[in-house]
Every structure is written in structure tokens, then in C-alpha cells.
Design a protein around this ligand. Structure first.
Ligand code: ADP
Length: 442
């Protein structure tokens, strides 16, 4: 910079001095100095114009001497660095675009109001988006599917995502999830789950077919065993115990096969037969009667407190099976003479069934896994009680088909409460004449 100032002083001083000397030679030194000064100012003006021109056109940086030379040199360097930065940025963007194009999942960046800011190639293939045509459009205007729209509009947990058919190919099953990032921005990630669903269907079909195929031979074997054991006196002594055990075990296998078939049906039935008006209080009264028979000499007390005017819309067989499982569990997994409370009431716009027992309770580490198939806190005890380990899985599936949740609270030594929470819109109040009086007495 100091060099620039020196050169500048030399140029300015040189021009004025040269003008002065030439002026002296011509007879007027001061006019010559003024002319030198004007030349110096003109040189500055020319450089200003060259600078303006260069900045406007973004073209080559001019060269010059003195301070202007310094300035042009710095400008040139800054431009070179900016260009290198731009190239680096372009390379990063290119790499990002290449990798996002190679992604099998669709990624869509959404701005204000769900407007599309950017999307990758998979989004074009899976969702039918097209760039630049759809940029700035609302995603729900382009991806038109009621399930996607209600998920996008905040119905259902964000983390769960939503499954729907591709709007461009109805043989493609998709799973979409919204992820927030930055300031008010949302990333929509969509996966093709066609293959996963196909495998899941194969698994379901296999379990359903295998259970179905096992049912007939089991019925035959169990039928013969039952006949044989019904007249033990005619059976040789050494065969009596084995036959009795075989009879018990085939019965257990029959229960498992039956439960597996129920589960397979619950998984595969779609929304068929979900629209009956169910008199839940009367249903509970009948289940209570069956549970008292099941308890028999074990002497459980079962108190039913049901709102007689609260009915539900749903599938009778499925809900009966779910409620029966909960109530028979309360009998089977609690000591003799325990009290079981069944409560049926309105709750948060919907309805709530609670089955509460005062048995030994369940340790907290088991609670999250309790409704998994074949999960048992004490497997040998459950088997001895004739349990299949599928009861709560059936309950969970039957409730899920009604949009309801199974909640379990339990404390060791205090007992457990199994709650079925039905959403608003499924329950309805009936007139008192329609509602049967529910008699809690045994
Ligand atoms: P199971 O046929 O064994 O009853 P479930 O799926 O109905 O199968 O229940 C799974 C397990 O949950 C049972 O084996 C038992 O350990 C536990 N369980 C269920 N209900 C109760 C309850 N009311 N009290 C204590 N434990 C329970």
C-alpha cells in the first residue's frame, strides 16, 4: 500500500511538475502546472470510469499505476477468491444433487405453508412431482391423497408417518414422514414400502394358511383323545396318564391355532364389518357372567360399573374377543378371591373401558412388551393356566382396528389396570328406553 502511495505521489507530482516546466518553457509556469493538474484529474476520472465499467460488466479487471493499480489488484484478487468460492460451492451443490438423485427415497424440502422449495429425482418417480413446474406449489395440491393430507394437516403423530398409495402408480405403496429442520422448514421423506408390504402379506398368508391346515388334523386327534379319555376305566393303567397329557396338549394347540387364526383375520380384514351399533353395557354383563363361570371355585368378585346409555360403533366379535381376553386375564393372573373392577364410561369425547384387578401386578420392564405375540411374564405359569400368549396381541389389534389404544398401568403387589381408550366419534349415547339396565349384582 505504501508503494501505491509513493507511486501515486510520483504520478501526481510528475504530471504537475512536467506541466509547470513545459508552461515555463511556453512562458507561463502556473498555467502549465494547472494543465498538469487537469491531466492528473483526467487520469483519475478515466480510472473511475474504467472501474465502473469493470464492475458493471463483471469483466476483466483493468490495470493501472499508483493507488488505482493497488485498488485494481485487490479487486482482481477478491474476484478470483469469490470465483474459487463459487466453484467450490457449485461443486458441493453438485455433489449434494448427485447423491440426492442417487437416493432411492424421495426427499422434498417444504417452505412456508407446505410449498415445495426443492425435490430430488425419486420424488418425481414416486410422487409425480416435476421441477420446475411444481416448485412453489403446496405439496397437498400435488400429492392428492386423503390419508397423506390428513397426516400433513397434523392428524396422527408426526414420528409415525403415514402409508398411502403412490399418486402416479397405484402398485406402489409409500411411507411418508415429515421432519422439521431450520426455521420453519420441513423435509418430507417418502420411502417405497411395496416390497416390505409384500413380504408382510406373505408372512400373514403363511401363518393363516398353516393355522388353517393344522386345524383339521388337530380336531381329529383331539376328538379321538377326548373319546379315549372319557372312559378311563377301559384304558390300560400305563396309558391313562400319557393319554390325559396328550388330550391337554392338543387342546392347548387348538387354542393357539384358534388365536393365530383370529390374529390373521384381524390383520387382513381391512375395515369390513366395523359399523354395527354395539350395546357394550349388555355385552360386558354377558362377559362378566362367563368370567364368573371361569373363576368357578376360585371365588373372584367381579364388579361391573357401566354407563347403560353408552354404545359403540364397531365389530361385535372383535370387541367381545378383546374385552373377554382382558377380563379372563384378570381372573387367570390374579390369586383366588381377588376383586376385579370393570368400568365403562364416557371419556374425552370418546369412551373408556377399564379392567382393574388387585392381583400381584406386573413389573414395569414387562409392560412395553406385554402385547407382543407369545410374550409372557412367566411362560410356564401362563402355559399351566392354559394361556396362549396371544391374548393381548389380539386385544391390541382389535382395538387398533377401531382407532382405539390399549394402555396398561401396573404396580407390583397392587394390581393392574388395562384400559381401552376409544376415540371421539365412535361412541354414541342412546335413549334410556333403548339402553338396557345393567345390573352389577352377581
Ligand atoms: P396369556 O395367554 O399368557 O394370558 P396374554 O397375551 O393374554 O397371554 O398376556 C401376556 C402376559 O401378560 C401373560 O402371560 C401374563 O404374564 C401377563 N398378564 C396379562 N394380564 C395380566 C394381569 N391382569 N395381571 C398380571 N399379568 C398379566
Amino acid at each position: 500500500m505504501a508503494g501505491g502511495w509513493l507511486a501515486e505521489a510520483a504520478i501526481g507530482g510528475g504530471l504537475i511538475t512536467a506541466g509547470f516546466i513545459l508552461g515555463l518553457v511556453a512562458g507561463n509556469g502556473s498555467n502549465g502546472a494547472v494543465a498538469g493538474l487537469a491531466l492528473y484529474a483526467g487520469w483519475h476520472l478515466r480510472n473511475v470510469l474504467r472501474l465502473g465499467h469493470s464492475l458493471r460488466r463483471d469483466g476483466d479487471t483493468p490495470e493501472s499505476l499508483g493507488l488505482w493499480g493497488d485498488l485494481f489488484e485487490r479487486l482482481h484478487r477478491a474476484r478470483r477468491e469469490a470465483l474459487a468460492g463459487r466453484r467450490r460451492l457449485a461443486q458441493i451443490v453438485q455433489r449434494f444433487e448427485d447423491s440426492s438423485a442417487a437416493l432411492p427415497d424421495a426427499a422434498v424440502v417444504l417452505g412456508d405453508g407446505g410449498r415445495i422449495d426443492w425435490c430430488n429425482e425419486a420424488a418425481e418417480r414416486l410422487l409425480g412431482l416435476s421441477t420446475p413446474r411444481d416448485l412453489g406449489q403446496r405439496i397437498t395440491n400435488v400429492v392428492r391423497h386423503p390419508d397423506f393430507a390428513s397426516y400433513f394437516n397434523g392428524q396422527g403423530a408426526r414420528a409415525d408417518g403415514v402409508e398411502f398409495l403412490s399418486p402416479v402408480r397405484n402398485d406402489l405403496a409409500l411411507h411418508a414422514q415429515l421432519v422439521s429442520f431450520g426455521h420453519g422448514r420441513v423435509l418430507l421423506v417418502v420411502r417405497d414400502i411395496t416390497q416390505v408390504q409384500r413380504l408382510e402379506q406373505i408372512r400373514r398368508d403363511f401363518v393363516a394358511n398353516a393355522s388353517h391346515e393344522l386345524r383339521t388334523p388337530l380336531t381329529v386327534v383331539h376328538g379321538f383323545l377326548e373319546t379315549l379319555t372319557s372312559d378311563m376305566a377301559a384304558v390300560p393303567q400305563r396309558w391313562q396318564r400319557p393319554l390325559e397329557l396328550m388330550n391337554q396338549q392338543t387342546l392347548r394347540m387348538q387354542h393357539i391355532v384358534d388365536d393365530m387364526l383370529i390374529l390373521a383375520r384381524l390383520e387382513g380384514d381391512g375395515t369390513r364389518g366395523m359399523d354395527s351399533d354395539l350395546d357394550v353395557p349388555t355385552m360386558l354383563q354377558s362377559i362378566r357372567g362367563e368370567a364368573l363361570v371361569l373363576s368357578g371355585s376360585h371365588g373372584h368378585r367381579i364388579d361391573l360399573d357401566a354407563d347403560p346409555a353408552l354404545w359403540l360403533r364397531g365389530n361385535e366379535l372383535e370387541l367381545r374377543s378383546a374385552f373377554t381376553n382382558l377380563i379372563s386375564n384378570a381372573i387367570q393372573h390374579t390369586p383366588d378371591g381377588c376383586v376385579v373392577n370393570i368400568r365403562w364410561r364416557a371419556h374425552g369425547g370418546g369412551a373408556l373401558l377399564e379392567v382393574q384387578d388387585h392381583g400381584e401386578g406386573i413389573a414395569p420392564e414387562h409392560l412395553p412388551r406385554l402385547s407382543e405375540r407369545f410374550y409372557r411374564v412367566d411362560a410356564s405359569r401362563s402355559r399351566a393356566l392354559g394361556g396362549t400368549g396371544l391374548g393381548l396381541a389380539i386385544v391390541k389389534h382389535a382395538l387398533a382396528r377401531h382407532g382405539a389404544d390399549l394402555r396398561i398401568t401396573s404396580e407390583l403387589g397392587q394390581g393392574s389396570t388395562f384400559s381401552c381408550v376409544f376415540p371421539a366419534g365412535l361412541s354414541r349415547r342412546v335413549a334410556c328406553a333403548t339402553a338396557a339396565a345393567v345390573d352389577p349384582a352377581p
